[in-house]
Design a protein around this ligand. Structure first.
Ligand code: BGC
Length: 743
């Protein structure tokens, strides 16, 4: 990937104006060609072709990185596309992930990928085509001032709003390009997984709604786009709108997309076409056919599922169909939100790399799929976007002007590398990110009073349902969450230093400072309520408080630990359900199970009313919802301000299915499953469960079934590893191979 550094970024001479533009140049091939390699990228999204045949880069290339400092270059072999004599290299590009200043909620930070010559909202492309001739000589075609550019049939294309494609449009003039004074330092070789079309889903049902709409149901909430065949009358319009749900009246609903219009308009030219978006994508299950020209046949449509090309590694199934549907929804939550960046949601005017969401889901994600490459790239963006003072922000790649730290969100910078180390046993996740971890905790250590203060910025236990009034931050005090997560981050940093043999400061005084913060302010409910100026809105009487204390080992004695666990169990039983949000939920079932309350954990898993995982399953969910109550008991959507039906955070419970129901656990001492702890936890509501996890050593399998009063367990331990089997009354070391236990 070196030639492209000699090329120039070129842009349209007129404002890009949310159109796709075709940059092109002719070149001649005078001698037999041995190979032709294209290196290409864009501040925008591009499709490259040679003589009209597309070069195989990938969907929505060059992906989404911290564009000011990191822009991925794709390299592909185009030898077969050349012909002797005159050839044309074209790059057609839309604004893509670079967004326009008008892009709704997603406002680029000032200066992002921007120079006075390339204001936000304008795209640029760069490429080098390296020709190696049979006689050993070389020639390179670079983007430079000799290129031309013209408008295309994409009269409009923008990621949130969609496309207007005029099939009959023919550009009537070309323009000379403008060469930008941008340096090529930001160019890096492709680092993440490529983005690819993964599945093609036909229309499952055509719905004619009471409002008179025609709606195509693809049967699955997904991320990608619709492809359709059309032969409409000249100037006839076909228009499609995307949505995630059918409302309680049976009508199409997408107000929850907020300002994202999520529409495709196709203007016909009387000829047959097969259309699919190239510079936009949507999160949807339903497509409303707003207008159509020509014959309408649902067989002419398919939904194309698009996500990062990760290898599937984990599988789970059990005797309960609803739990299987929940697991399905968790996996689809990952498919829908692992499109180059781990996003909160794929549909509304957001779709951003919120760090907290990725932090809570990372463990489950790393079981479902091989996420090494995906997260390695995103963590590199996180490092690139870390502020001078050490702050790791809420959103990576960074958006919005202010770089603000948020507890449990910013801690993604320690928790994710650590989790990847545990799942994959690769120390480079720690060494690559050690300095980022240190700088982040140093930022807090410089002024812990501010960071642990009750009114500190942050999202609390986001969307927890434990307050009387409707609030997004939940009842658990924000200062408490800040102190707990700092404790966790410092602990991870110190363990990482130890593993790497890296020197570090003495953090014991800081850890003690955090412990006393927690023990003095947050252990005694009575005291908190008396002393806290905001006792009415924040409370210590929350499940999440107990969950965090137990999960992080923040107790002073075994008796205190037992008392906290008993209190958590009592609170859950008293409520009859969980009341936790983004912060408490991922730990909740683990903490209950590890403290002797596995049956309570299973009760929560099987609970079907609000709030619970199966509540959404019973309402036909095919992905995980952002809010427990995204739809209330009457079927009403929870406002339309912040409701997503494809938000993976609560899907974190998937790691409990792997680690507790199947009992497949890594051993922190020998990570990456070099040594495995096999400790399934059964429950009478299930007659069997089975699953597997592909590790670098091979596949670990675990299953159990209950028959005639006995439980039979079966495990496969891959070659090169050992396992400790922990079952009621049994603790046994085993080697590679198949193992069976009947109890
Ligand atoms: C996103 C979240 C995110 C949150 C921050 C929301 O708008 O969708 O998932 O973590 O903001 O609290």
């Amino acid at each position: 990937m070196e030639e492209i550094r000699n090329a120039r970024f070129i842009r349209t001479p007129l404002p890009t104006a949310e159109k796709a533009w075709r940059f092109f140049r002719d070149f001649s091939v005078a001698k037999p060609v041995k190979s032709a390699v294209l290196e290409v990228s864009a501040l925008g999204c591009y499709v490259a072709d040679v003589n009209g045949t597309e070069a195989k880069t990938y969907v929505l290339a060059p992906g989404w990185t911290s564009f000011d400092t990191r822009l991925q270059v794709q390299t592909c072999d185009v030898t077969a596309l050349l012909k002797p004599g005159e050839n044309t290299l074209s790059i057609t590009a839309g604004i893509g992930f670079c967004f326009t200043a008008e892009a709704g909620f997603r406002i680029p930070k000032p200066g992002q990928h921007e120079t006075p010559e390339l204001p936000v909202g304008n795209l640029a492309v760069i490429a080098a085509l390296i020709l190696t001739y049979a006689d050993g000589t070389k020639e390179t075609v670079y983007t430079d001032g000799a290129w031309q550019v013209e408008e295309t049939a994409w009269r409009y294309t923008q990621m949130y709003n969609g496309d207007i494609f005029d099939a009959g449009y023919r550009p009537d003039r070309t323009y000379p390009v403008t060469v930008l004074p941008l340096t090529t330092e930001r160019l890096i070789p492709q680092q993440g997984e490529i983005i690819a079309e993964q599945e093609h889903l036909p229309v499952k049902e055509v719905i004619h709604t009471p409002a008179g709409e025609t709606v195509l149901d693809f049967g699955q909430n997904l991320t990608g786009y619709v492809s359709f065949r059309v032969k409409g009358e000249k100037y006839g319009v076909c228009r499609l709108s995307h949505g995630e749900i059918i409302d309680k009246h049976g009508n199409f609903f997408n107000e929850n997309y907020r300002s994202a219009k999520a529409q495709i308009a196709f203007i016909c030219d009387g000829k047959e076409h097969i259309y699919k978006p190239r510079f936009s994508f949507f999160g949807f299950r339903y497509v409303r056919v707003d207008e159509w020209s020509g014959e309408f046949d649902p067989r002419d449509f398919e939904a194309i599922v698009v996500h990062s090309d990760m290898k599937r590694t984990g599988y789970f199934s059990c005797s309960d169909p609803k739990i299987n549907q929940l697991y399905h929804n968790i996996v689809w939550g990952q498919k829908g939100n692992f499109l180059d960046v781990p996003t909160d949601c794929p549909q509304r005017d957001e779709r951003m790399g919120w760090t907290g969401d990725a932090e809570v889901f990372c463990r489950c994600a790393s079981f479902n799929y091989d996420t090494r490459k995906f997260f390695r790239k995103w963590l590199a963006d996180m490092r690139a976007d870390q502020a001078e003072d050490g702050i790791v922000g809420r959103i990576i790649p960074r958006m919005w002007a202010a770089q603000v730290a948020a507890p449990a969100w910013s801690d993604a910078c320690t928790i994710i590398p650590w989790q990847l180390y545990l799942t994959y046993g690769d120390k480079s996740f720690l060494s690559d990110n050690l300095d980022m971890m240190r700088r982040f905790i140093e930022y807090i250590r410089r002024d812990p009073d501010a960071y642990f203060s009750p009114d500190q910025h942050g999202y609390g236990d986001w969307l927890a349902l434990d307050t009387k009034t409707v609030r997004t931050v939940g009842a658990t005090p924000k200062g408490f969450i800040a102190a707990c997560y700092t404790y966790l981050s410092v602990t991870i940093y110190l363990k990482s230093c130890e593993i790497l043999g890296a020197p570090h400061d003495d953090y014991e005084p800081f850890l003690n400072r955090i412990r006393s913060e927690i023990y003095e302010k947050y252990m005694d409910e009575e005291k908190f309520n008396r002393e806290s100026p905001i006792a009415d809105s924040f409370s210590l009487h929350t499940q999440t408080r107990l969950v965090l204390l137990l999960a992080l080992g923040l107790y002073r004695s075994e008796e205190e630990k037992k008392a906290l666990a008993a209190e958590l169990d009592r609170m859950v039983r008293e409520a009859g359900h969980l009341t936790t949000g983004f912060v408490g939920t991922p730990w909740l079932l683990h903490v209950l199970t590890e403290n002797g309350y596995a049956d309570t954990a299973y009760d929560l898993l099987f609970y079907e009313d609000l709030p619970s995982w199966l509540y959404a399953v019973n309402r036909g969910a095919t992905t995980i919802w952002e809010r427990w109550n995204a739809l209330d008991e009457n079927g009403d959507v929870f406002g339309s301000v912040m409701v997503s039906f494809n938000h993976y955070a609560y899907g974190a419970v998937g790691d409990w299915l792997y680690m507790k129901t199947l009992g497949i656990n890594y051993d922190e001492e020998k990570p990456g499953f070099a040594h495995i702890i096999l400790s399934p936890v059964t429950n009478d509501r299930l007659t069997h469960a089975e699953g597997s996890l592909l590790t670098k050593y091979g596949e670990i399998k675990s299953s159990w079934k209950k028959e005639r009063g006995k439980t039979e367990y079966a495990f496969t331990v891959p070659a090169g590893t050992t396992a400790t089997v922990v079952l009621p009354g049994i603790r046994e070391e085993v080697g590679a191979g198949d193992h069976r236990f009947v109890i």
